[in-house]
Write a protein that binds this ligand. Sequence first.
Ligand code: 4AD
Ligand code: MG
Length: 435
Amino acid sequence: MMDGQGLRRSVREVFEVRDGEEVELRGWVWRKREHGRLLFIDLRDSTGVVQVAVNSARVGPESFSEASRAGRESSVELRGFVAHDPRAPGGVEVRCSSLKLISPSLDDFPIRKGASARVLYDNRHLYLRSPRVAAVMRIRSNLVWAIHEFFRSRGFVEIDCPTLVTAAVEGGATLFEVNYFGRKVYLTQSVQFYQEAAIYALEKVYSIQPSFRAEKSRTTRHLTEFWHVEAEMAHAGLPELLETVEELVRYAVTRTAELSENELKLLGRSIKTEEVEGRFPRITYGEALDILSRHGFKAEWGLDIGADEERIISSDFEKPVFLTHFPRMLKPFYHKPDPLNQDVTLSADLLAPRGNGEIVGSGVRIESYDELKARILEEGLNPEDYYWYLDLRKYGSVPHAGFGLGVERVLKWILGLPHVRMAALFPRTISRVTP
Ligand code: 4AD
Ligand code: MG
């Protein structure tokens, strides 16, 4: 029936063509209303939803019977004429002339209005079809695109690193173990150490790949598998590091807003690009303690900056804020101590505003062989597990620095999502690994 020659349109295009134009559409039944011999199908494809009127007086009996059998999420192919009609959602409807059922729905679609989070995420494989979820996924794709654009324009080389590793980067508490032919290995927490090896060949590198953390806490910002944007730069110190992170975040957020106009309209949201305009404030860990004591926290030196503390600090700022110079004891062994004060490190976390908390972790790395080995021993780690990482300091070591940014955390912030799981296609958390 359908030859598609020249008539095939996406749903979004239907809103742009002339009144009366004939179109052919393929999609899924998002919603359906029946008024006797008149059916209204809200037809969904990857570009949007449009109302289709199926009138038994205008389509043949075969088409009408197929339309009647098409329950929610059935796949259909249809032809019709575009009519501008103020009564239709978006002001446009398609008056159907013929319809073919590609595949019916065998059961009632399990996603209904008002479904609980549990039902929605047990059925994430079906819930993805919701135009709102699809819009978040498109925005995510735009964000990752923008991040690639930034790095490529700055001469960074993209590298892909292993996922199966033999030693911790970010401490042993959040390692996932894997049985590797009888040997215990882990899922990577960060590709940082491989990037540090690569800078001696490529100088500026970046990667976008999953990291794994056996996070035992149930929070709205922790996933056990998240997508990690990481970069490492030879010859960089703290000032260059902070500049690069700031410029990346500014570019990625404004470019994502620019690329995502349609999706943001559908979500009824806007990205607050003014938050990333101008220089991001920088405060030291010590200054953060002062802010916390003003808010009634018992803010003693060494206090870990957890979710509650981050919320308080980042609520004090309208822009992302860098928290620098964390005490040595709060950071992994590879962080370089400040030559001016050995108790603190040349490290920085970037906290997103409006109480969103950490989106970037970064720092300058120890470049001296002896110093790195001493820190590994001081932390009770085995230098043999880090033999190749130590080797990098044996042959022409240079000052270097890098950072990691969580893709889902950034989306949560810029879209105002209540939970990071909304930013992941199939989220993994302490309580969920299916579907
Ligand atoms: O601060 P983190 O642990 O830093 C590192 O892994 C460094 N090795 C990165 C580097 O310097 N190359 O993690 C970096 C970022 C965090 O700021 C956060 O955005 C994200 O990764 N992240 C998580 N996102 C979601 N769920 C989790 N469980 C996350 N853990 C970290
Ligand atoms: Mg961190």
